[in-house]
Write a new protein. Structure first.
Length: 175
């Protein structure tokens, strides 16, 4: 074990290319062992590795985050509606823009942490290594952010519409 540490430390101090070489050597040994233990070919292994990032919809990650975002967006939209008077349109638009960016950025970053925590629970330890780069919230950072900004604005518009619609009272009916 100490010989490996000496090799790793000496390669770490000699630059990034040495670390890349070490990683490639370790991966080659790992893949050879997998091929032998599971009777698969290197092409089979390469094909499977290409599909690792394509998990589809990650429900344990996305459902709680979507619910939290929707509740936060609705709550913020209600606060914005009650905070600004009808003649403060420009201020309300600026506050809505800032709020949408802030909430989307916060939830996108929290989503990355949540996705990593769920992946750690799945693995049973905190060593994610290359898996961290394959997390869906990390891969689709910009798309998630843009979708959240759009959903926030939809929540603001719907909140404004539901506030304008007043239910009929008993005196409003024609007899």
């Amino acid at each position: 074990m100490s010989i490996v540490r000496v090799q790793v430390r000496s390669r770490m101090t000699s630059g990034g290319s040495a670390m890349t070489l070490l990683r490639n050597e370790c991966n080659a040994r790992l893949f050879n062992t997998i091929e032998q233990l599971h009777s698969v070919t290197s092409t089979d292994l390469a094909a499977v590795r290409m599909t690792l990032a394509h998990k589809g919809v990650d429900l344990p990650v996305n459902i709680p985050l979507a619910a939290l975002f929707l509740l936060s967006a609705i709550r913020t939209a209600r606060w914005l509606r009650t905070r600004f008077a009808s003649d403060e349109r420009a201020a309300k638009l600026v506050a809505t823009a800032i709020g949408s960016i802030f909430l989307a950025a916060t939830m996108t970053l929290f989503g990355q942490l949540w996705a990593a925590a769920i992946e750690m629970l799945r693995l049973g330890n905190e060593h994610l290594s290359f898996r961290l780069a394959r997390l869906s919230w990390r891969q689709h950072f910009t798309a998630v952010f843009v979708i959240q900004v759009i959903v926030f604005w939809v929540a603001v518009v719907l909140e404004g519409m539901t506030h304008r619609i007043k239910p009929l009272s008993s005196t409003d009916h024609c007899v």
